[in-house]
Design a protein around this ligand. Structure first.
Ligand SMILES: CC(C)(COP(=O)(O)OP(=O)(O)OC[C@H]1O[C@@H](n2cnc3c(N)ncnc32)[C@H](O)[C@@H]1OP(=O)(O)O)[C@@H](O)C(=O)NCCC(=O)NCCS
Length: 160
């Protein structure tokens, strides 16, 4: 397995699609569940590009829907690996709406997801480290570490 460290920019991903009537509720706004599905996909793509392994989603943090996205708008999802641990990694997914006629763009959601790398037998495997060089990269990774600590505490509580 190739565990050469990689930069976040090497796996950063942007997904764009138009919101079609089939994606929408009766008010003409994209369904929350559809947005969650796309967030999972966008996060997974960045993590696959970083790890080049199979992955499972271990956790999705709180999700807010700040603005609705209507049929005919574009939905844009930008995903970026924030921090890599041993077999797990965190990815940030920012979701934007864009009006096709005006280009007006709004942040509609920000999500943090954790993926765990596995092999074909389901055994956990190590993930290539993330290159963390700049002050900004160090800050992003430190914040991810703090979220991970909270997440693992919540997981332990959920296990009872
Ligand atoms: C996620 C899963 C692989 C973790 O397995 P586990 O045996 O409990 O794993 P461990 O406690 O050894 O944790 C493995 C890694 O995942 C991390 N992890 C596990 N659960 C986590 C959670 N809820 N939040 C954050 N990190 C988590 C651990 O911190 C550890 O990270 P590290 O190796 O980088 O230090 C397992 O719970 C699972 O398969 N869950 C179902 C996943 C699924 O079906 N997802 C939806 C479809 S893809």
């Amino acid at each position: 397995m190739d565990l050469t460290p990689k930069r976040a920019a090497d796996s950063a991903t942007e997904m764009v699609q138009v919101v079609l009537p089939n994606d929408a509720n009766p008010l003409g706004f994209i369904l929350g569940g559809t947005v969650m599905h796309l967030i999972d996909i966008a996060g997974a793509i960045a993590c696959h590009r970083h790890s080049r392994t199979l992955l499972v989603t271990a956790a999705v943090d709180d999700l807010q829907f700040l603005h609705s996205i209507k049929v005919g708008d574009l939905i844009i999802l930008k995903s970026r690996v924030t921090c890599v641990f041993t077999t797990s990694l965190e990815v940030q997914v920012d979701v934007f709406s864009e009006e096709t006629l005006t280009g007006k763009r709004q942040l509609t959601s920000r999500a943090f997801l954790t993926f765990v790398a596995i092999d074909r037998d389901g055994a956990k495997v190590s993930v290539p480290p993330l290159v963390v060089e700049s002050d900004e990269e160090r800050r992003v990774c430190a914040e991810a570490q703090a979220r991970r600590d909270m997440r693992l505490r919540r997981r332990d509580m959920a296990k009872g």
